[in-house]
Design a protein around this ligand. Structure first.
Ligand code: ATP
Ligand code: MG
Length: 364
């Protein structure tokens, strides 16, 4: 039986509450007998700063590097507003992304039929929606040099950000997107602005070549990023996998998330380079933050974190069957009318965090 080491970093705010539901699912996985998951837990974010004076300890970083996958809850909160910049809670997450070289950010936008009325779009446009946005996470304009503001005198300043991409960075993110598409709807849209940006020209060229050489069985469409934004609102179900750079991916994934209804529902995965055994470093976390306003009350929606765990089973442990079952259980409890406060609708049954975990476990 395959066995895996999973590092749990619950973090701050509602992080520990939603992660507690994942721990129950880890136990469920072990009881299925299909795999053995061994978990360790450590601190990240504000709680790690309180304990060690750093947003993540060296010991926890070591664990993260050696584990088969990492699950993170959320970091931050008003309590740490005044800590030094390089020790702020988010620094723990950035350190993880950087040291594990997590270059591919996967953000699914899935609309459960039971929640289609909560979408910003009409029900018929989103009912059954299942898009995967693959965002390049370690390059592009957020990191390129020079990055500076220069004082020009006379009250004038000049600000510069630099968008840089090299061939290998585009190749590896393109491969992630094509491999995903092969297991999904077999369609990739590559979004860039080749009409006005050199990085867009290179992006288009490299994605085209990787497609031709390695993935010609997948359907590839090139789309200008602004048109992609428009099409996501006009008719989102035309998309399967969208691959794009760091900046466009930031915007397009937030845009797509609104089609699904609630922040409390959205999972994410960040994948790193393959090691010599073909294993990727990976970090799974909900899209939402630490929600300090509702922390400690057992009312947070745990579904985003549970769905992130399902992604972990699928992508890091090759347990797609168990991931399907968890996602099926989420859909089922929503059909049965269970709702946490953030997704509450008239006539439904309001439950807290633990009760939502109970419902999902009994559906399983
Ligand atoms: P961050 O800066 O960490 O992204 P944020 O300020 O953008 O945090 P969140 O912490 O994600 O925002 O919370 C935004 C709002 O959504 C809050 O009112 C919060 O209560 C609510 N919220 C976020 N996650 C959940 C959840 N899992 N269940 C219920 N409500 C949530
Ligand atoms: Mg936020």
């Amino acid at each position: 039986m395959a066995s895996f080491e999973l590092l749990l970093l619950p973090g701050d705010g509602i992080g520990p509450e939603v992660m507690a539901q994942v721990e129950r699912l880890v136990q469920w996985v072990n009881e299925t007998g299909e795999a053995e998951l061994e978990t360790t837990s450590d601190l990240v974010g504000g709680c790690a700063y309180d304990e060690h004076g750093e947003a993540i300890s060296e010991e926890a970083m070591k664990q993260a590097v050696s584990a088969d996958a990492v699950m993170l809850g959320a970091v931050g909160g008003p309590k740490w507003d005044d800590v030094p910049y390089d020790k702020r809670p988010e620094a723990g997450l950035l350190r993880l992304r950087k040291d594990l070289e997590l270059f591919a950010n996967l953000r699914p936008a899935i609309c459960y039929p039971a929640l289609a009325d909560a979408s910003s779009l009409k029900r018929e446009l989103v009912d059954g929606l299942d898009i995967m946005i693959v965002r390049e996470l370690t390059g592009g304009v957020y990191f390129g040099e020079p990055k500076e503001i220069t004082d020009l005198g006379d009250g004038q300043k000049r600000a510069v950000d630099t968008q840089v991409y090299e061939t290998y960075e585009i190749e590896r993110i393109a491969r992630v997107a094509f491999e995903l598409a092969q297991k999904r709807g077999n369609l990739v849209h590559s979004a860039e602005k080749r009409n006005v940006m050199k990085t867009g020209v290179l992006w288009n060229e490299v994605v085209t070549r990787v497609h031709k050489d390695e993935f010609s069985d997948v359907q590839l469409q090139h789309i200008l990023a602004d048109n992609c934004a428009m099409q996501l609102i006009r008719y989102p179900k035309q998309f399967d996998v969208i691959v794009t750079d760091n900046l466009f991916g930031d915007v397009l994934s937030d845009e797509a998330s609104m089609a699904t209804g609630s922040l409390g529902m959205l999972p994410s995965a960040s994948l790193g380079a393959e090691d010599e055994n073909g294993r990727r470093k990976a970090l799974y976390e909900p899209v939402h933050g630490s929600a300090p306003d509702i922390a400690g009350r057992d009312i947070a929606n745990p579904i985003a974190t549970i769905a992130s765990f399902a992604m972990c089973l699928r992508y890091s442990f090759d347990l797609g069957g168990l991931a399907d079952r968890i996602e099926g259980a989420i859909a089922k409890v929503l059909d049965q009318g269970y709702r946490t406060a953030d997704i509450m609708q008239d006539g439904k049954h309001e439950v807290g965090t633990t009760q939502m975990g109970d419902a999902i476990l009994s559906a399983l």
